[in-house]
Design a protein around this ligand. Structure first.
Ligand SMILES: Nc1ncnc2c1ncn2[C@@H]1O[C@H](COP(=O)(O)OP(=O)(O)O)[C@@H](O)[C@H]1O
Ligand SMILES: [Mg+2]
Length: 143
């Protein structure tokens, strides 16, 4: 689909949030400035978060817990991670069933690490819009 503005990106995240469940792992791919954090902020808003969402690129993980959100969320950015071992040390996969995990730059290591429930690719266009594709894994037996 075509996402014309950052407000539309946020709104898409907000509506997607209504369909997510605990244990979902959302891989968000796209180049620097594509809108991965804007999308994540929309998802967090849709899960009830009322504050400003900062990029987790320095901390690598920002955790959101109830009552700030309806469901616990780990917002992750793998851009600054050097290798998959560091990803292991974050322990994100261990308790993944207890939270929703949003992973920016998931294609760096994330794909080999956990099978995502959702894969979102964002491709910026010359006119400032974004092409967004969403693939969902409908297998409810995954843990
Ligand atoms: N259609 C659009 N969708 C998303 N963001 C957009 C769009 N048009 C412009 N922007 C701007 O692009 C930037 C995206 O930044 P950000 O979400 O931090 O990117 P990323 O996390 O992918 O590096 C923001 O400044 C946002 O306002
Ligand atoms: Mg970002």
């Amino acid at each position: 689909m075509i996402i014309a503005t950052d407000e539309d990106m946020r709104a898409f995240g907000h509506s997607l949030a209504q369909k997510l469940k605990r244990s979902d792992w959302i891989a968000i791919n796209g180049p620097l400035g594509a809108g991965k954090t804007v999308l994540s902020a929309g998802i967090l808003a849709g899960l009830g978060f009322r504050g400003e969402v900062a990029s987790p690129s320095y901390a690598i993980v920002h955790s959101y817990e109830p009552p700030d959100v309806l469901v616990a969320v780990a917002h992750v950015d793998l851009y600054r991670l050097d290798n998959a071992d560091e990803l292991d040390e974050l322990g994100l996969a261990d308790e993944r069933s207890e939270r929703i995990t949003l992973v920016e730059w998931a294609e760096r290591f994330g794909a080999a690490y956990v099978v995502p429930s959702h894969v979102i690719d964002i491709t910026p266009q010359a006119d400032g819009s974004r092409i967004l594709t969403l693939k969902m894994d409908n297998d409810d037996t995954r843990t």
